[in-house]
Design a protein around this ligand. Structure first.
Ligand code: GLA
Length: 535
């Protein structure tokens, strides 16, 4: 385990979390159950640039990052490849997890020319090579950097003063997601710095998820939606390798207060999950996962995916819970009632008119509580069906309310509906995010390849629409099939092309049919190599 040297720099963010939990404690001691105060929404709520522009992260990003379990030292290409393979083999890919890559894993240094150079000892295929491998598995590529002069451990250069060049390097390496930390940034203006990075990123021409990591410093929820897609709201959830249940709960209670700031394309990030890390019980794993799903938090797993216990896989791939997280309305649920032992989390309407509800019990024994329909947004007279999202059983129709029970450190997680039907919104997986076309004859050739998109949800999906602006003149793309399985058929023509390498980043968009809302845009790389003139 690596000591988290820079942890002490996080004091302001930690203070936010501690203050939040202290407030809770006070509320509990004071007796009557008052919901904790929420920060007022910022009058200058940021424009939703990304939702309108790049279409990314319209539901919370799902993936894996190494820091929580590994810290910095064991990170290298072999590890990341093994984890990516495990993500596919465990069924996590089919459940929607896509973004994977190194965190602060000594990936690069700055060369004499000022440009980032991959660390070929640790990443022998280079950072582009690792990205190609990940894309070939039908996963998305995540990388890490820092907005200051150095990363937190000081082992890697930060972007300060090199914002344009570094964002160009990340685009060249084909990153789809970049986490930008805030260590060693003394004297920098946080809004200006992250804005500059956002502009540099757009100038580099590859849309990617921008994950701001200032641990709540600078109150990013007030401004970061105009720059990136998600922002850390608190200090680290644990030191590497050391899951900390009490800290995770403090973080959840700090994060839930920011519900008003979240929505499609802009998410509060309470940090990577600790589900499946040593020291947690199955009940704690289920509870943490339920909380992250309820808060529409990015679902970034932080455990070792190789050789996971079946119970851990069952938690991370519970599609009924993921359906709450990936709901197209993108509402963050939050605490509506709390007596210090029991908290009721609600205000999470879902796309089909149902609602997710969570009851967290932090006491010592077993608790029961009746949840009344009018507390959770229904009429008292409604006859409703209740789906237990962990046992997958439905009860009802019930009038008035439902009594749920939970053991210590456990959450009851339910979905309540007027219909005896609990559809899973579209969850999309692709067989690959990269295709390679080759042509080696002198006659014009027409290499072709197909990408298959599968909807693992139960709800219908519209037809994908290819953005014509993203298709160069040497390529044509058509959508074939429909419903659950759609294909992008890519046909190139080498006529008139000189020898060389050609690249396109094709964008496809879809609409979620029930709500009429756009789904997260889908991008994939097409590489074509013309080894002889195509005339
Ligand atoms: C900060 C972040 C962590 C991790 C480390 C790497 O602590 O909050 O998630 O990226 O830096 O040093």
């Amino acid at each position: 385990m690596i000591p988290n040297k820079h942890f002490y720099f996080r004091f302001p963010a930690l203070a936010v979390a501690l203050a939040a939990s202290a407030a809770l404690l006070l509320a509990a001691c004071a007796g009557p159950a008052e919901p904790p105060a929420k920060p007022a929404p910022s009058p200058a709520a940021p424009a939703r640039y990304h939702a309108e522009g790049d279409g990314l992260a319209l539901t919370p990003p799902m993936g894996w990052y190494p820091w929580n379990i590994f810290g910095q030292e064991p990170q290298n290409e072999k590890l990341i490849r093994e984890i990516a393979d495990a993500l596919v083999a465990s069924g996590m890919k089919d459940a929607g997890y896509a973004y994977v890559g190194p965190d602060e894993g000594i990936c690069f240094s700055r060369g004499a020319d000022g440009v980032l150079t991959p660390n070929l000892q640790r990443y022998p295929s280079g950072l582009r090579g690792l990205g190609d491998y990940i894309h070939g598995l039908g996963l998305k590529y995540a990388l890490y950097t820092d907005a200051g002069s150095k990363t937190c451990s000081t082992a890697m250069p930060g972007t300060k003063g090199n914002e344009q060049a570094d964002m160009k390097s990340f685009a060249d390496w084909r990153a789809d997601y970049i986490k930008i930390d805030w260590c060693n940034s003394e004297g920098q203006d946080i809004v200006k710095t992250y804005s500059l990075l956002g502009q540099a990123q757009r100038a580099a021409g590859r849309p990617l998820i921008h994950s701001l990591c200032s641990w709540g410093d600078g109150y990013p929820w007030q401004w970061a939606g105009a720059i990136g897609h998600m922002w850390r709201t608190t200090s680290d959830i644990c030191a590497p390798g050391a899951a900390d249940w009490a800290r995770a709960l403090r973080i959840a209670f700090a994060n839930e207060k920011l519900a008003d700031y979240a929505g499609p394309g802009r998410w509060n990030d309470p940090d990577m999950m600790i589900v499946g890390m040593p020291g947690l019980t199955d009940a704690q794993n289920r509870t943490l996962f339920s909380l992250w799903c309820m808060m529409a938090s990015p679902l970034i797993a932080g455990n070792d995916l190789r050789g996971m216990a079946p119970a851990t896989i069952a938690v991370l791939t519970n599609l009924e819970a993921i359906a709450v997280n990936q709901d197209p309305l993108g509402k963050q649920g939050h605490v509506i009632w709390n007596d210090g032992n029991i908290s009721l989390w609600a205000e999470k309407p879902l796309f089909d008119g149902s609602r997710a509800v969570l009851l967290l019990y932090q006491g010592k024994h077993r608790a029961e509580k009746k949840i009344l329909w009018e507390e959770i947004g229904f009429a008292a007279s409604d006859a409703l069906y209740v789906r237990n999202l962990w046992t997958h059983e439905t009860s009802g129709p019930l009038t008035g309310g439902v009594t749920v029970s939970a053991g210590p450190e456990e959450a009851a997680f339910i979905r309540v509906s007027k219909a005896n039907d609990f559809p899973i919104p579209p969850i999309i997986t692709a067989d690959s995010y990269r295709i390679v076309l080759r042509s080696n004859g002198s006659d014009p050739q027409a290499p072709a390849a197909t990408i298959t998109m599968t909807n693992k949800g139960s709800a219908e999906l519209g037809l994908w629409k290819i953005d014509p602006k993203s298709v160069p003149s040497w390529l044509s793309v058509s959508v074939q099939g429909g419903g659950k399985r759609q294909m992008f058929v890519n046909k190139a023509s080498t006529a008139g092309l000189a020898k060389g390498a050609y690249h396109a980043l094709v964008r496809a968009d879809n609409i979620e049919p029930v709500t009429g809302r756009p789904m997260s845009a889908f991008y994939y790389d097409v590489d074509m190599e013309v080894t002889d003139g195509g005339r």
